[in-house]
Design a protein around this ligand. Structure first.
Ligand code: TXA
Ligand code: MG
Length: 331
């Protein structure tokens, strides 16, 4: 059921739904989340069931402000505080030690917890209204079935779940890919998942360089090699290889009708379904998942994508694309 967030009572009704321990899909500036109150393990269990996500994969808990992070955190290490001060509200999640006895289901049983204060005005209003009803925070993974493309429009969520799910419609997600995740629970900050913030700007705010994940780093399902998979087969090509592959397939080739192309600089042959990738990383992130869904929905059997530039601004987009493509390789 779609609930327009601009309707006068929508936020209050959605907050009451959360307070009652029900599921609610909500907009954030990154992607839509499938939310439940994080302080109620039975409510959180509904998220895992609806998503088809293994129960030991931890979720991100969304809080109304930095002060509410203390409701879930055993402690906020200085590096976490610096990152929160720099980027909250916004597309950054910190992993910190979890307060014992709180948010165990949301944390997937881990002794750490992922916390984020979202910037979307509807998410903020909702979190504040829910807080007034006693909801400490809202656990919300991306509102897609496990392993599928994350939703950036309310319609995407409706398409993915049972009709009874309440979906609070806050329009198009501005950022378009999920938050950057920084593990602050160990001696040095580790970037577990890139987003639209560059490693340089995160490191500058942290006051020290970010480490790459090692064998001890916590597992993150958004970081599984095969994830973000559309139904179509995704193939990534560098610019020349894409040009070559298109020349060889031709519009009358074996893929005629079943091929879609998403490229910054290569002009696909006439008759091939295509979308132009923006030249700027943030703009590409904004539309990436919607484009994958659109090309998938148009019935493409294969989606051929030009690799983004190598610079760090594109890390988040490159990461999502390589996982979408790996899903094919792994099958
Ligand atoms: O932008 C976002 O982060 C979106 C919106 C809805 O806020 N949420 C999102 O959630 O992407 P999800 O569940 O799809 O991805 C959360 C990621 C997973 O990879 C999970 O494993 C990791 O965060 N994560 C959460 N808590 C963790 C913890 N305590 N330790 C390690 N990883 C954690
Ligand atoms: Mg996800």
């Amino acid at each position: 059921m779609l609930l327009d967030a601009r309707q006068p009572d929508a936020i209050a009704a959605a907050a009451a739904r959360l307070a009652a321990g029900e599921l609610l899909a909500l907009p954030t500036e990154t992607v839509y989340g499938l939310g439940a109150r994080a302080d109620d393990d039975a409510a959180v269990a509904k998220i895992f069931a609806a998503k088809g996500r293994p129960a030991d994969h931890p979720l991100i808990v969304h809080v109304a402000d930095a002060a509410d992070a203390e409701l879930f955190a055993a402690e906020l290490p200085p590096v976490a505080r610096r990152l929160m001060a720099a980027f909250w509200p916004g597309p950054l999640t910190v992993i910190v030690p979890r307060k014992p006895g709180v948010g165990a289901a949301a944390a997937g049983g881990q002794d750490t917890i992922g916390l984020r204060c979202p910037a979307h005005p509807v998410a903020r209003d909702l979190l504040i209204a829910a807080r007034a009803l006693g909801v400490a925070g809202v656990a919300a993974p991306s509102a897609n079935r496990f392993g599928r493309v994350s939703p950036t429009q309310a319609r995407h969520v409706v398409d993915e779940f049972e009709p009874g799910l309440w979906v609070l419609d806050g329009g198009d997600c501005e950022v378009g890919i999920e938050s950057s995740i920084v593990d602050c629970s160990r001696a040095h900050p580790v970037l577990l998942r890139p987003g639209v913030l560059t490693p340089e700007e995160i490191a500058a705010a942290a006051g020290e360089p970010l480490r790459a994940p090692d064998a001890q780093a916590p597992r993150a399902s958004g970081t599984l090699v095969a994830h973000y998979a559309p139904r179509a087969v995704v193939r990534l090509y560098d610019t020349e290889a894409l040009r070559q592959a298109l020349a060889e397939s031709g519009s009358g080739g074996r893929l005629a009708g079943g091929l879609a192309v998403y490229s910054r600089s290569v002009e696909p042959p006439q008759g091939v379904l295509s979308r132009r990738m923006p030249a700027e990383a943030r703009a590409a992130a904004h539309e990436l998942f919607a484009v994958l869904r659109e090309l998938d929905g148009a019935g493409a059997a294969e989606i051929w994508i030009e690799l983004p530039p190598l610079d760090a601004a594109w890390d988040g987009v490159r990461d999502r694309l390589s996982r979408a493509a790996a899903a094919f390789v792994g099958l």
